[in-house]
Structures are given as structure tokens and as C-alpha cells.
Design a protein around this ligand. Structure first.
Ligand code: C2E
Ligand code: CA
Ligand code: CA
Length: 860
């Protein structure tokens, strides 16, 4: 019996060990499988996270480059499709306008960071270049180190459709974005395009490392920079230009997965190691005897403890991340929320566990549960959700979700409120004017397109007001740009105050605004609004204790009556604006069909006039001036006419205003003065010639030099030349006019004030300015018979002239009676149809020749 005991014991011991061993073996395999699975899921999750991050950062890099191109395109477009630019950069390169007056100057570098600004003319040579904000005479191709022919061709192709072009290039190893656009008059009805191939405006934005870094930061892309040759072809690379001809960009996407692995894998490893160690110990013990089962039971317990430690560690990892983790059951109710939930959202976990997920989070497209139940939803695509935090503020979170095997889902939620806000801000900036915060041209275009798509009707029209400030330029010139900016800001807010919610006020140029109204129908309502707008702008604006006054002119066009398309509507509103301006400013005009025709007619006349000046269609007539006391001819006034091949002889009142507006006045006047002086040089010494000057000639700095040259070339004695100027000269810029007049006097010429008595402040000017004579406006004589008042006024003017030692000339003497009256008040000189009409050169020569023998006298 005793023999059996130990055997039985051994058997039972052996089977205990074997049992324990098989059990252990199974258990260890199970554990190994669990660890393997855990590691595998972790690696998979990490890889997934990194991949999503990679895709997202590539998306934002692409977005950033697109938006850079878009913004550069719209900037160059604003500058190039602009009547003034056309005038000053294409028609004639005016560096003073562009650089000194900062229209296309330093600010493009200081405000926009464009390192290069160039104008290339019709024969492809660079006529204007601003490099890093400084005016420098460099050829653009030399500066870029490459040919730009393709860019120029593309820019010019886009001239008709007002489409600029952009392209990425490399300058000395650094990528750069070039935007180019043909310079066109835009919708400016006052500018006429010529038939030369258009000049091209080019902006060059060099994307150096600092700029790239900043662009990346704006879009949440880390360390955006130029890719080295090793990096090309690998991950996180964005090619610039076609197939990367302008290099490639590289960035360092954050690697959330890698971080997760860095924390998670060691933890799993430690747990596995622990379990291995314990298993080893257990195995050793099993050999020791039957107690092994006990021991293995214990070790099982402790390995369970290890598992829960590893679980705790895993939880720590989850809580260490900035995202929060959630789980829901099949009824879409939260069953788990990580601790981070409270930190991030400020909401209580306890309150939300058990609550429906849809009550917390909403998406733009529908409820979250709808999104989660999309069949075959890709688990790697996240959804943007909104919720309201404890402070009542809307927050935005990006949610990713995976279905769980036992029903329900789990996933993470990342707070992206700041990121989305930053993106919104960028979007806002691209659609709004930086100075006033008003919508810009881009936004206007979108708004307009949207409103026009809704098909406005005659009963509910869309009203467009094109508004342009009057007298704004002097504010800028005299008080500086800062003051100008403040005026624009004040005007902007006044405009915005005048319109209703849902209307749009956009700033589309320096002092140009466009208003879109959708809720007015009657013409009277529109007029009332225009009145309100003008009154509100005319109220004084106080800048540094100084009152500034500006005004506004408004042109109105309506859809669908006038046009149904945005560009047409804008053009018509501009045409109406132009009419309002010529109609005396501070007023408004509705677009009318014939306005367009009038403007086309005017433009025709303008281009005809340009031709006329060059091709000798101008004629000079001379109207003699006589001394009233003895009827002696003393000189003649040169009056210009235009011998038009189809329209016949056109009087100056028709074309001088056009010449003044288009800038043709300078060449016209040159011709007049030159012809008059050459011609008069051959007259008897006793006769002078007088010529009329336009106020605009005073503003251009070279009047003195021009006159000096003409006097020299013609050889006429300067004392025989008289300049007739009107009060307008002094009204616009008295100080400047005084300076010019003093220099003119030094040349030896005489100056007289024309049309005296039609203005309002002539008297004071007579005292302060170096006049030699004054010409009483012909309207006084015309009305002479009607009132005795005019007689006494003429008498007073003659007295005043005498007191100031000025020669007084009466204009418009039409009858013998007029002449008699003037003689009675001892007026010095006279001119008029009764004495002589303006005569052609030949007729005047004949008169002078006859006069040589008779002493140039008239019976008076
Ligand atoms: P203005 O300087 O007042 O010139 C005198 C105008 O009165 C001339 O008209 C002349 O023909 C007209 N006139 C002369 N005598 C009589 C008269 O007895 N009765 C009446 N009713 N009119 C008389 P015109 O030649 O048509 O010139 C009109 C205006 O055009 C001029 O007014 C002057 O302001 C401007 N103008 C003419 N030539 C030039 C020029 O070369 N340059 C510039 N800037 N302006 C010019
Ligand atoms: Ca005159
Ligand atoms: Ca006159």
C-alpha cells in the first residue's frame, strides 16, 4: 500500500504539472496574441494618423499656394485694369504718377512684399521697374535671369477678358511667383485704348524661406520650405510650376502616430516582458511539484495585475494627447468619454455619459448619427462637428470614428476651432479691403453673381450705385496719406450707415465705391437714398482739428432694365457716374441708353482730335484788339478752330474741354502758342499777340520751359506776347499758380485775366497776382442794354483797373452803342464782332498789310 502512495502522488503531481503546462502554454499563447494584436492595432492606428496628417498637410499646402496665386492675380488685376494706370503706364510712362505719387510704387513692396514691380511696354522693353521698393533702371529679363516671352504672351492674351496670368519660376535658386496682366483701361469710360499692343504689368513675389515659413504657418503647415534634391520624390513634397520646373516645396507634417507609438509601444513591450518573466518563473516552479498549480494560479493573478497596469498606462497615453476619446453604444449614447473631454470642452463627463451624441454635436450636413450610419463610410475620413461650450461659444471639432465589433462606435475628437478660424480670417482678408474692412472687388463680384442668378425683376430690381468721391485727391496731396486713409474710413462707415441690412457696400478703388441694393424698387426711393448718401458724405470730416470736405457723385444702373450681366451693369453704372461728374458733381444720374452713345461719340472726337493735332487739322484765327480812345489796332487774340474733314469747322468750346480732360491740351496748346508766336513775329513791332491758357496747363510743371523754348524758337520779343488766364487757375492751387506766374513774368511776357467778372473772387486775385491787364467778360456788354447796373459795374471795373495800373479790355463789343458807352467810361481797349470778327490767318495778314498804310486804325 505504502508503495503505491508515492507513485500515485507522482502521477497526480505529474498530471498536475502537465495540466499546468498545457494551461500555461495556452495562456501564454493567448497573451502573446493579445500583445501582438495590441501592438499591431497601435501601429496601424499610428500609421493611419500619420497618413491622414500627411494628406491634410498636403491639401493645405496646395490650398496655400492656390490662394497665394489667387491673391496675386487679383492684386495685379486691380492695378492693371484701371483707367489711370492705362493713362500713366501705357499711354505715356509717367514715373512721377507711378512712383512718386505712390500709385504703383513702394507700397507694393512694403505692404504686399512684391520684390519686383515692372512695366513692359508694347515692344517688350522694360520702362518701369521698382526693385525692393526702389526705383531702378533694370531690364526685367536681366533681373529674373530668364526669358519672359511666354508670360508676356499669356498676359496679353488675357487682355480682352481681363484675365491676368501667374507662374512659378526660379530666381537664383529661390522660387518666385510672377503675376502679369496687360494694362487696359478697365471700365473707365474716359480712357480710350490705342491700337498698340498693350503694356504688361508684372509683380514678382519671391518666396524666400521666411515667407514660405509664414505662408505655411497661416495654413497650419509646419516648416514649409524649398525641397532639397534628396527630398524630391519622397513624401511631403509639392511641385511648383508645371511638373516642378520651379522647384518643389517640402514641409514637416506633425507625426501624431509616431508620438503615439513612441509612448504606446514601450508600454506594451514592458508589459510583455513582465509577463514573459513571470511565465518563466512559473515554468521553473512547475517542476518543483504539485504546488506549481497554486503558484501558476498566483502568477495568473499577478499577470492580470500587469495587464491592468498596462491598461492604466494606455489610458495615460490617451489622456496625454490633446484629443478626447469617446465611445457610443448602438443607440448613439455616450458610454465612455476620456478625461480630456472635460479639459477641452469644459463640459462635465458625468452629465454627458448616457446622453445622446446628437444632442452634443452637430454637423453641417445633418445629424452626426446620420453621418455615422452612412453605409461603407471610410473610417479614415473625419467629419467637422460643432458644439457650444460652457461659455456659450461655438467650438469646432474634427471627429473620426470606427465601428466596434459589438455594435456602437468609438473614436477621437480634435479641437480645430482656432485652425478653422484662422482659415476663415484668411478667406475674409481675401474678400475685403484691408483699409476699410469693406468687401472688395472679389466679394462684390461674388455677391453680384449670386444676386443676378436670382433673376431680379422689373418690380424687384437690383440697383447698382457707382460712387466716386469728389475733392478727395487734394486731401491726400495736402494732408498726407494717413489723413486720406481716415477720410476713406469715415466715408466707408457713413456709406454703410445709409444702406439696409442685406445690401452691399464695396470699395473697388482708391476713392471708388459700389453699392448694391436689392430692396428698393421705385426711382424716387433710389433718388432719396442718393440724396442721403451725398448729404452724409458732404458733412465735414474732422481730422486733427481740421475740417475736411469731400463730396460724391453717383451713377446708377439697374438690373434687369439696363443689363442682366455683372460686368455690363458695372460698366453702365460707371458711365452714369461719368455723366454725373460732368453734370457738375455732387449729384447722381441714372444710366440712359444714349449715354453710352454720347460717350462713344466723345471718345471718337477725342481720338479724332489726337489725329487732328498731329496731322495739321487745327487752324488759328486772330481777332484784332483796338485802343478805344483812337481806334488804333494794338494786337490780336489767337483763337483756335478745328477743320474736321467730315464735320467742318468746329468751334473751340466743343473740343477744348475734351482736350483738357484727355490731357491733349498740352500738345494742342503747344501748337497754338508756337504757331501764334511764329506768325506774330512777322507782324509790325507795334502789334502783340495774346493766347489763351487752360488751367490744367498750370498744373503740369513744364509750362515755363515750354514757353521759353517757343519764345526762343520763334524769335519774337516776349513783351509782344500776352497770356490770357482765367480764375480757374488760381482757384485750384493759388500758391502754385503764383509761383508759376512770377516765373512767367521773368520771361518778359504780359499776363491778363480773362473772363473777368464771371467768377466770384477775382478782385482779391487782381491785387495779389502779377497781372498786367484784365478782360471784362462779354456777358456784361451783352446785357448792357437790359440794365443800368451793368453800366455802373463796368465803370467800377475800369476804375479799379486804373487804380491797380491794369489795362482794361472789354470783350464782345457788338454794336456802335457798346463802343460809345465804353469810350464814355474811358475803357482802354476793346474787341468784338462790331470791330472785327476773328479772321483767318490770310484775312488777318491782309488787314495788317492794308493797315500798314492807314496806320491800323478803325473809325471809332
Ligand atoms: P474767350 O477767351 O473768351 O475768347 C473770346 C471768344 O468770344 C471767342 O470765341 C470769340 O470768337 C468770341 N467773340 C469775340 N467777339 C465777340 C462778340 O462781339 N460777340 C460774341 N458773342 N462773341 C465774341 P471762340 O473763338 O469760340 O472761343 C471760345 C473760347 O474758347 C475762348 O473764350 C477761349 O476760352 C477758348 N479758346 C479759344 N482758343 C483757345 C486756345 O487756343 N487755347 C485755350 N486754352 N482756349 C481757347
Ligand atoms: Ca481769351
Ligand atoms: Ca473771354
Amino acid at each position: 500500500m505504502d508503495n503505491h502512495q508515492p507513485i500515485a502522488c507522482t502521477v497526480s503531481n505529474l498530471s498536475g504539472v502537465a495540466l499546468a503546462r498545457t494551461f500555461l502554454f495556452k495562456f501564454v499563447s493567448l497573451l502573446a496574441a493579445v500583445f501582438f494584436l495590441a501592438s499591431y492595432s497601435l501601429v496601424y492606428l499610428a500609421h493611419d494618423l500619420d497618413r491622414a496628417e500627411e494628406v491634410e498637410s498636403a491639401f493645405y499646402t496646395n490650398k496655400a499656394m492656390q490662394s497665394l496665386e489667387k491673391s496675386l492675380r487679383s492684386t495685379v488685376k486691380d492695378y492693371a485694369f484701371w483707367g489711370d494706370a492705362y493713362k500713366h503706364l501705357h499711354v505715356e510712362m509717367d514715373a512721377d504718377w507711378a512712383y512718386v505719387r505712390q500709385n504703383v510704387g513702394t507700397e507694393l513692396y512694403t505692404d504686399f512684399g512684391f520684390s519686383g514691380v515692372f512695366v513692359v511696354n508694347d515692344v517688350n522693353s522694360t520702362v518701369y521697374s521698382v526693385v525692393k521698393g526702389e526705383l531702378k533702371p533694370v531690364e526685367v529679363e536681366e533681373w529674373l535671369g530668364q526669358s519672359i516671352t511666354a508670360i508676356l504672351v499669356k498676359a496679353r492674351e488675357g487682355a480682352a477678358t481681363e484675365t491676368p496670368t501667374t507662374s512659378f519660376i526660379v530666381i537664383g535658386g529661390v522660387p518666385a511667383l510672377v503675376a502679369a496682366a496687360a494694362i487696359m483701361p478697365g471700365t473707365d469710360p474716359t480712357v480710350m485704348s490705342d491700337d498698340r499692343s498693350p503694356s504688361v504689368l508684372m509683380f514678382v513675389d519671391i518666396l524666400d524661406s521666411a515667407k514660405l515659413e509664414m505662408i505655411g504657418r497661416d495654413y497650419g503647415v509646419n516648416g514649409l520650405r524649398v525641397a532639397t534634391s534628396d527630398e524630391i520624390g519622397k513624401a511631403s513634397v509639392f511641385p511648383l510650376g508645371e511638373n516642378g520646373t520651379a522647384g518643389s516645396l517640402h514641409w514637416s507634417p506633425s507625426r501624431p502616430g509616431l508620438r503615439l507609438l513612441g509612448l504606446g509601444l514601450p508600454l506594451i513591450g514592458v508589459a510583455a516582458l513582465l509577463v514573459c518573466l513571470m511565465t518563466w518563473a512559473i515554468l521553473r516552479r512547475t517542476n518543483a511539484g504539485a504546488k506549481a498549480l497554486d503558484a501558476s494560479y498566483k502568477s495568473l493573478q499577478s499577470s492580470q495585475a500587469a495587464l491592468s497596469t498596462s491598461e492604466a498606462r494606455f489610458r495615460d497615453v490617451v489622456e496625454a494627447s490633446s484629443d478626447w476619446v469617446w465611445e457610443i453604444d448602438a443607440d448613439w449614447r455616450f458610454t465612455y468619454l476620456s478625461e480630456r473631454f472635460e479639459d477641452v470642452t469644459g463640459l462635465s463627463r458625468d452629465a454627458w455619459i448616457g446622453a445622446a451624441m446628437d444632442d452634443l454635436l452637430s454637423t453641417e450636413l445633418g445629424t452626426l448619427s446620420q453621418w455615422l450610419s452612412i453605409p461603407n463610410r471610410r473610417p479614415d475620413i473625419s467629419v467637422q462637428c460643432y458644439y457650444v461650450d460652457t461659455k456659450g461659444q461655438e467650438r469646432i471639432t474634427r471627429l473620426s470614428a470606427r465601428e466596434m465589433a459589438g455594435g456602437g462606435c468609438r473614436g477621437t475628437a480634435t479641437d480645430v476651432t482656432e485652425e478653422v478660424e484662422a482659415r476663415r480670417r484668411i478667406e475674409f482678408l481675401s474678400q475685403h479691403d484691408a483699409l476699410t474692412g469693406l468687401p472688395n472687388r472679389t466679394r462684390l463680384q461674388e455677391f453680384l453673381d449670386g444676386k443676378l442668378k436670382a433673376l431680379p425683376t422689373v418690380k424687384q430690381p437690383l440697383v447698382m450705385l457707382s460712387l466716386d468721391l469728389d475733392r478727395f485727391k487734394p486731401v491726400n496731396d495736402l494732408l498726407g496719406h494717413a489723413a486720406g486713409d481716415r477720410v476713406l474710413n469715415e466715408v466707408s462707415s457713413r456709406l454703410a450707415d445709409c444702406v439696409r441690412h442685406g445690401d452691399l457696400v464695396a470699395r473697388v478703388g482708391g476713392d471708388e465705391f459700389v453699392l448694391i441694393l436689392t430692396d428698393v424698387s421705385a426711382q424716387e426711393e433710389v433718388e432719396a437714398l442718393c440724396r442721403r448718401l451725398i448729404e452724409s458724405i458732404e458733412r465735414p470730416i474732422v481730422i486733427d482739428e481740421q475740417e475736411v470736405f469731400v463730396g460724391a457723385s453717383i451713377g446708377i444702373a439697374m438690373a434687369p432694365n439696363d443689363a442682366r450681366e455683372a460686368t455690363e451693369l458695372l460698366r453702365y453704372a460707371d458711365i452714369a457716374l461719368y455723366e454725373a461728374k460732368t453734370g457738375g458733381r455732387n449729384t447722381w444720374r441714372f444710366y440712359a441708353g444714349d449715354m453710352n452713345a454720347k460717350i462713344i461719340e466723345r471718345r471718337r472726337l477725342e481720338s479724332d482730335l489726337r489725329f487732328a493735332i498731329k496731322h495739321g487739322e487745327l487752324r488759328l484765327h486772330f481777332q484784332p484788339r483796338y485802343r478805344i480812345a483812337d481806334g488804333q489796332m494794338v494786337g490780336a487774340e489767337a483763337l483756335v478752330r478745328w477743320q474736321h474733314p467730315e464735320r467742318g469747322l468746329i468751334p473751340p468750346d466743343t473740343f477744348i474741354p475734351i482736350a483738357e480732360e484727355s490731357g491733349l491740351i498740352l500738345s494742342l496748346s503747344n501748337w497754338v502758342i508756337d504757331t501764334a508766336c511764329r506768325y506774330a513775329a512777322r507782324w509790325p513791332e507795334s502789334l502783340f499777340v495774346s493766347v489763351n491758357l487752360s488751367p490744367s496747363e498750370f498744373k503740369r510743371g513744364n509750362l515755363v520751359e515750354r514757353l521759353q523754348k517757343i519764345l526762343f524758337d520763334s524769335g519774337i520779343d516776349p513783351t509782344r506776347v500776352e497770356l490770357e488766364i482765367t480764375e480757374g487757375v488760381m482757384l485750384e492751387d493759388a500758391e502754385g499758380a503764383l509761383k508759376v506766374m512770377r516765373t512767367l513774368k521773368r520771361l518778359g511776357v504780359r499776363i491778363s485775366m480773362d473772363d473777368f467778372g464771371t467768377g466770384y473772387s477775382s478782385l482779391s486775385y487782381l491785387r495779389t497776382f502779377p497781372f498786367d491787364g484784365l478782360k471784362i467778360d462779354r456777358s456784361f456788354l451783352n446785357k448792357l442794354v437790359e440794365s443800368d447796373d451793368n453800366m455802373s459795374i463796368i465803370q467800377a471795373i475800369v476804375g479799379l483797373g486804373r487804380a491797380l495800373s491794369l489795362t482794361v479790355t472789354a470783350e464782345g463789343i457788338e454794336t456802335a452803342e457798346h463802343l460809345q458807352l465804353l469810350k464814355a467810361v474811358s475803357c482802354d481797349e476793346g474787341q468784338g464782332y462790331f470791330l472785327s470778327r476773328p479772321l483767318s490767318m490770310d484775312a488777318f495778314s491782309a488787314l495788317v498789310e492794308v493797315g500798314e498804310t492807314t496806320g491800323n486804325k478803325r473809325n471809332v
